[in-house]
Design a protein around this ligand. Structure first.
Ligand SMILES: Nc1ncnc2c1ncn2[C@@H]1O[C@H](COP(=O)(O)OP(=O)(O)O)[C@@H](O)[C@H]1O
Ligand SMILES: [Mg+2]
Length: 261
């Protein structure tokens, strides 16, 4: 059973932190004991998105060998456990990314699901995150630079012994979703487990320092996050009649739209 996921991308700003926070909360809402960890130690902001106030002990202290992991676990929405990264660059110099292997082993023993919010790119701190979890989830936007960089990360992960499980298409345009999805899957060589639409509610929630699944649970992005969380955890998706009807109308609109073009 896959329990620890590294959420990564080639390009920065694709939505890794948003995806980690919202999938984490959605898994917790589904009753799964879940822990999210900010391993983007250079640009830590997972704690901010989850509304944590400043944390006295962070992952940076643990990776520097200055604190036990238990002291760096905080409670987020719905009992989600959150290990934030340090917000200042102070102490960042002593961090040993290799210690992350022990942290992941320890946390995996303590919860059902572990999600690591990874740094973008292929620097040393990013590389270590590609093999510490059971699987890598690639967050991709429907644009060429994001896809090309995601391919590089997939190849790198596989070269060093990591397993890329799925891709998540974030900031998708629903009308073009089917076509783009197929193209991205073909280019990446990885199946897409779900798409999250471009949704202003995501930005509004971030500004309010809340995950969108908490602030706007009925939004399209929240529904998408809950569906992906259910797929990852093998939970049957409760078919809410309203959502089924909405998806039918969306599919019908896509078919009609395609015929016109
Ligand atoms: N589906 C979405 N719809 C609208 N805005 C989004 C969406 N996903 C992410 N964003 C916005 O994109 C920005 C970058 O997201 P973030 O998760 O911080 O990226 P990363 O962690 O990959 O650098 C944030 O301002 C966030 O609000
Ligand atoms: Mg981030």
């Amino acid at each position: 059973m896959i329990r620890a996921y590294t959420i990564t991308s080639g390009k920065g700003g694709t939505g890794k932190t948003i995806v980690t926070a919202n999938l984490g909360v959605a898994l917790a809402q589904h009753g799964r004991e879940t822990c999210v960890v900010d391993t983007d130690i250079g640009l830590a902001n997972l704690g901010l998105v989850l509304g944590l106030s400043e944390a006295p002990v962070t992952l940076n202290d643990v990776l520097a060998g200055e604190a036990p992991i238990l002291d760096a676990i905080y409670e987020g929405p719905y009992g989600l456990r959150v290990v934030p990264g340090g917000l200042s660059l102070e102490g960042f110099r002593n961090v040993d990314p290799e210690r992350l292997i022990d942290v992941v082993r320890d946390l995996t023993d303590r919860c059902d699901y572990l999600l690591l919010d990874a740094p973008a790119g292929i620097g040393p701190d990013a590389v270590v995150t590609l093999t510490v979890a059971d699987e890598v989830l690639l967050v991709v936007n429907p644009e060429i630079a994001s896809i090309v960089d995601a391919v590089k990360v997939r190849v790198l992960a596989e070269t060093i012994g990591g397993t890329v499980g799925w891709a998540i298409l974030n900031r998708a345009t629903p009308e073009k979703n089917d076509r783009i999805r197929q193209r991205v899957e073909r280019a990446l060589g990885v199946s897409i487990i779900g798409s999250i639409p471009e949704d202003p509610c995501v930005r509004e929630a971030s500004a309010a320092r809340m995950p969108v699944v908490v602030r706007s649970p009925a939004s399209k992005s929240s529904k998408a996050f809950r569906r992906i969380a259910a797929s990852l955890a093998g939970i049957p998706i409760e078919e809410n009649p309203e959502e089924v009807q909405e998806r039918f109308v969306e599919r019908l609109a896509r078919v009609l739209f395609r015929r016109e073009t």
